[in-house]
Design a protein around this ligand. Structure first.
Ligand SMILES: C[C@@]1(CC(=O)O)C2=NC(=C\c3[nH]c(c(CCC(=O)O)c3CC(=O)O)Cc3[nH]c(c(CC(=O)O)c3CCC(=O)O)/C=C3\N/C(=C\2)[C@@H](CCC(=O)O)[C@]3(C)CC(=O)O)/[C@H]1CCC(=O)O
Ligand SMILES: NC(=O)c1ccc[n+]([C@@H]2O[C@H](COP(=O)([O-])OP(=O)(O)OC[C@H]3O[C@@H](n4cnc5c(N)ncnc54)[C@H](O)[C@@H]3O)[C@@H](O)[C@H]2O)c1
Length: 219
């Protein structure tokens, strides 16, 4: 499998099943224009998600396997998520989506998949930095445990991305030779002092970074 980032802006995601798994998946599409959850029952979590987020619609229904394709056709999503506790319904969701050339996330199986059948990774976001983590479907519990470790490890990465991106542009604009510029940026992103400074505040991080840059430029 090849990991890719997909932009669902302007698209619909259709989730079958409003239990624990369907509710978690429904809350994970920050970029989608519309998220429709079809289920006879819903968790409190997804009910409050729909109350707070107008993009999320709950439709109370329990389509049988033969009816699933009609729902997929009417709602015409970019991605269908099969998250019911009924394997025949989940299989029908997969078949209907693949028949129409749509992406599908089947939550009740692991291992080999048809092309178009995607896996949702564990994710860590500190905008604009994002980490997606998969165990190739082998051990979702490990994906979650590693996500928790990495979350602590990359705390502050978003601020570091903004600062080092800005420094990169400044050094380019100042006409610093490419080798020196790369060396300076590489040192900034690896400097414990800069990471620590950023935790106190942006200006402290910037000060630490300026010291690192001076060292490189004056060598
Ligand atoms: C990462 C995460 C993203 C998300 O879903 O948001 C995710 N599962 C998460 C948690 C989790 N899932 C399960 C447990 C209980 C412990 C356990 O059984 O291991 C826990 C842990 C917990 O809940 O503590 C059970 C489980 N999961 C799948 C099956 C079916 C099967 O294995 O056959 C069963 C057995 C069901 C049963 O027993 O009936 C299948 C899939 N789950 C995936 C993703 C895909 C593979 C990702 C990868 O490559 O690692 C894949 C293949 C399909 C998909 O869903 O895309 C999310 C962590 C989010 C986070 O917190 O960061
Ligand atoms: N991928 C994952 O991370 C993960 C984790 C745990 C379990 N699972 C799998 O996902 C499935 C769902 O797990 P869960 O914990 O959310 O179960 P759950 O029982 O809490 O939820 C299942 C939901 O599906 C709904 N449903 C039943 N028939 C339906 C139909 N015909 N159409 C639409 N909705 C229907 C139910 O009303 C319920 O809300 C399980 O079968 C399990 O195999 C996956």
């Amino acid at each position: 499998m090849t990991p890719l980032y997909h932009d669902f802006a302007g698209e619909t995601v259709l989730v079958f099943g409003g239990g624990a798994v369907g509710s978690r998946k429904a809350g994970g599409f920050d970029d989608a224009a519309r998220i429709v959850v079809v289920s006879p029952q819903f968790t409190d979590r997804v009910v409050s998600l729909a109350a707070d987020d107008e993009r999320v619609e709950l439709v109370r229904a329990a389509p049988d396997p033969d009816a699933v394709a009609g729902w997929v056709e009417r709602i015409d999503p970019a991605l269908a998520v099969a998250a019911t506790d009924d394997a025949a319904v989940n299989a029908a969701v997969e078949a209907a989506a693949l028949d129409r050339g749509l992406l599908v996330n089947r939550t009740d199986v692991s291992g080999d998949r048809d092309p178009g059948s995607v896996v949702v990774p564990a994710t860590i976001e500190d905008d604009p930095v994002a980490v997606a983590l998969s165990t190739g479907g082998t051990s979702p519990a490990l994906a979650k445990a590693l996500r928790e470790r990495i979350e602590a490890e990359i705390d502050g990465a978003g601020e570091m991305a903004r600062l080092s991106g800005e420094i990169r542009e400044e050094l380019k604009a100042d006409g610093v030779a490419p080798e020196k510029r790369r060396e300076a940026v590489r040192r900034v992103v690896r400097s414990r002092g800069v990471w620590k400074g950023l935790q106190k505040g942006r200006s402290y991080g910037r000060q630490e970074a300026d010291t690192v840059i001076e060292e490189v430029l004056n060598r």
